[in-house]
Write a protein that binds this ligand. Structure first.
Ligand SMILES: NC(=O)CC[C@H](N)C(=O)O
Length: 286
């Protein structure tokens, strides 16, 4: 069974949707208060994926995700001076996966886990207040960057998902970093307009993000974060226009488009595990 650790506490509020997504994708989700991890009662290393849900951690004080990111970077988890960021580094080095949605994405960016071009886990870009100056709560259409190789987005071309955030505007102040993000395809998701083109025009691009970017991966593809909420589109009936969509395509699946991201990563982990097991079995037989 693929095991997903879902963090909560301090104002995170999307952990149940996250758990439902993993459950529907065939994994075993465990929701844990961040303090249980920081106090050593739960180890992230017992899990395959580490998940940062959306919400309003620490009331968005100092900027969304900033306080939680600092807690992960500086709060020592034991007498040996280790921090949770040290454990997350190990977790990624072990080939495991990290997913952050909305406030979770903001945490990963402020922590320097995304895009992490340098490998040093220092912040390289930021997410800040929407260009509209308002909280945006609407559905958007996204396209997956064909250059992206993250298993989370395998086989997905476009998808519709809701956004609900006040600080989703990606700002890249260094031209060299922007170029490396584009060259590597780490800007893995872009906002589309009604004709299916990437756009910086409001409200299709709800926040004015650089590169029309709704999501980033790190160079390994193991760390993925996005502003929209795929975990809020698990059933076709979550879509505001579900009735018309069903009339147009009555034989379409009843699954929501967001679920595929979770199915992808669960299948990828299960498949990798089977492949490793059969190689090991082959080596033992020899
Ligand atoms: N839904 C969310 O996770 C919102 C994130 C953050 N509080 C913001 O408003 O930008």
């Amino acid at each position: 069974m693929v095991r997903a650790l879902i963090l909560t506490g301090f104002g995170i509020n999307c952990e149940e949707e996250f758990a439902a997504a993993y459950r529907m994708a065939g994994a075993e989700p465990t929701i844990v208060h961040l303090n249980q991890v920081l106090h050593g009662q739960v180890s992230i290393h017992d899990f395959d994926t580490l998940n940062f849900p959306g919400g309003f951690s620490f009331g968005d004080d100092l900027g969304s995700g900033v306080v939680l990111a600092n807690k992960l970077r500086y709060r020592q988890t034991g007498a040996n001076g280790r921090t949770l960021l040290d454990d997350i580094k190990q977790f990624i080095a072990d080939g495991k996966f990290v997913l952050g949605i909305c406030n979770g994405f903001q945490v990963l960016v402020k922590l320097g886990l995304l895009p992490n071009l340098s490998g040093e886990m220092t912040p390289e870009v930021t997410l800040t207040h929407n260009a509209s100056g308002r909280y945006e709560d609407r559905w958007v259409t996204l396209r997956v960057n064909p250059k992206s190789h993250t298993p989370f987005l395998k086989g997905i071309d476009t998808l519709e998902v809701p956004v609900r955030h006040g600080e989703g505007r990606l700002v890249i102040s260094d031209a060299a970093i922007q170029q490396r993000i584009e060259t590597g395809g780490f800007n893995c998701l872009s906002y589309l307009d009604a004709s299916g083109d990437g756009t910086d025009i409001y409200p299709f691009n709800p926040n004015g993000a650089a590169l029309n970017c709704a999501g980033l991966t790190d160079p390994t593809g193991q760390v993925f974060g996005l502003m929209p909420h795929p975990e809020a589109f698990l059933s076709a009936y979550n879509h505001p226009d579900w009735a018309r969509r069903r009339r147009q395509n009555p034989s379409a699946t009843e699954e929501g488009e967001g679920l595929q991201i979770f199915k992808n990563i669960v299948e990828h982990i299960a498949h990798t595990r089977t492949a490793v097991a059969s190689v090991t079995e082959f080596a033992i037989q020899k």
